[in-house]
Design a binder for this molecule. Structure first.
Ligand code: NAD
Ligand code: DAU
Length: 355
């Protein structure tokens, strides 16, 4: 793909920052709009300090005037939209932020993108893309023997998070069908890897195990997720950006279904080897009350992406999970800063003084 200018939203979060680092490595120029919520972390982008290929903008996708201004000023080839509230448990305890960011935020972004796209010369209109990053959770839950989700599987979201993402997917689809905005959507399974906020299963379990704290398994631990290494998700997004069919959706998955309990046992075995604690780490496993409405199984059929765009996951779970555990061991300070809450105060102070 020729070098492009990309307006990335949510590029200081887990997947967004992995994407920004990889896109810059591949020669693209990034304008990174992120509100730095509790999940956004400017430290993820420290290696880009002073790099003219990355411009960080501290602001919200809910600010339509700011988004319009960035579109006019930078004339990006594409908007790559990651920004969201992303944690299912938080959506259960406080759904309002999910409605605001995931639905109203996506709506605001679509409105600004449409206005900008309509004003472009025809040649530029043809090249413009709005890539919406979504989730497999919009399809609901599978039983043990149902076939994997494919692009035509009906939407059946079960949590406020997945319902808000489903609503945003529908808005994106509608802006293509009604107004012709050149959109494409990806629906991906569970990601893991560096920079994942330690509220999600894998980094939470690694952090707790290292700290000698209980490893809380929801329900019976038999829920299944399809795990994909984050670099493979970023690679899929770049492939879809380059050659995805307009108005289309692409499922992205790891071909790697695993039960939660097996994931946690694997993490414990790796830690027993890389960070021995005297006693096996799996002695810390504790069963706790289940997540309300907990989806039983996700599985992704990503054959369309493989067939049409030649994408396939490159990282095996065996190598990806070892790399991930090693990354968290090597980056204990990154985690400590987050869990102490100190980094948020620092960011607030630093940015309010500069604005
Ligand atoms: P994350 O929670 O780690 O990061 C979200 C980022 O969005 C943060 O940097 C946050 O500051 C930013 N943000 C939140 N509200 C904003 C706003 N109003 N304006 C600008 N920025 C804002 O999320 P993630 O896990 O990296 O997920 C990124 C995207 O990928 C989300 O849309 C999510 O639904 C989707 N997704 C995630 C996974 C996964 O396993 N994590 C899988 C499939 C799809
Ligand atoms: O499928 C894609 C989705 O994956 C993304 O859209 C979401 O943004 C992302 O957060 C993730 O959602 P999950 O709910 O699957 O991820 P989480 O890491 O929260 O939980 C994974 C599984 O582990 C789930 O079955 C709940 C369970 N779990 C989670 C936590 C945090 C536990 O058993 N104990 C825990 O403490």
């Amino acid at each position: 793909m020729h070098p492009k200018v990309l307006l990335v939203t949510g590029g200081a979060g887990f997947i967004g920052s992995n994407f920004v680092l990889e896109a810059v490595r591949r020669g693209h120029k990034i304008v990174n709009l992120d509100a730095l919520t509790y999940a956004g972390n400017i430290d993820n982008l420290a290696s880009l300090a002073g790099n003219p290929a990355h411009e960080f903008v501290h602001g919200s996708i809910l600010d339509g005037a700011l988004v319009s201004n960035l579109l006019t000023r930078h004339r990006p080839d594409a908007v790559v939209h990651f920004a969201a509230e992303s944690h299912v448990d938080r959506s259960i305890l406080g759904p309002a932020a999910f409605i605001e960011t995931n639905i109203n935020g996506t709506f605001t972004l679509l409105e600004a993108a449409l206005k900008h796209w309509r004003a472009l010369p025809e040649a530029e209109q043809g090249n413009f893309r709005f890539l919406h990053v979504s989730t497999d959770e919009v399809y609901g839950s599978l039983t043990a023997d149902e076939p994997a989700f494919h692009e035509e599987t009906p939407y059946r979201p079960n949590s406020p998070y997945s319902a808000s993402k489903a609503a945003s997917d529908h808005l994106v689809r509608a802006y293509f069908h009604t107004y012709g905005l050149p959109v494409v959507t990806t629906n991906c399974s569970n990601n893991y890897g560096p920079y994942q906020f330690p509220e999600k299963l894998i980094p939470l379990m690694i952090h707790n195990a290292i700290s000698g704290k209980p490893l809380p398994i929801y329900g019976d631990g038999q829920n299944v997720r399809d795990w994909l290494y984050v670099a493979d998700h970023c690679d899929a997004i770049l492939s879809v950006l380059q050659a995805g069919r307009l108005g289309g959706t692409y499922n992205v998955g790891g071909l790697n279904e695993q039960k939660n309990l097996d994931i946690v046992n694997t993490l414990c075995e790796i830690l027993d080897e890389l960070h021995p604690a005297g006693a096996p780490h799996n002695q810390l496993i504790t069963y706790v009350k289940d997540r309300p409405g907990h989806d039983r199984r996700y599985a992704i059929d990503c054959s369309k992406l493989q067939r049409e765009l030649g994408w396939a996951p490159k990282e095996s779970f065996h190598t990806g999970i070892r790399k991930t555990v090693q990354w968290y061991l090597d980056n204990a300070k990154w985690v400590e800063k987050i869990v102490s809450g100190e980094y948020r105060e620092w960011i607030k102070g630093n940015y309010s003084a500069r604005n």
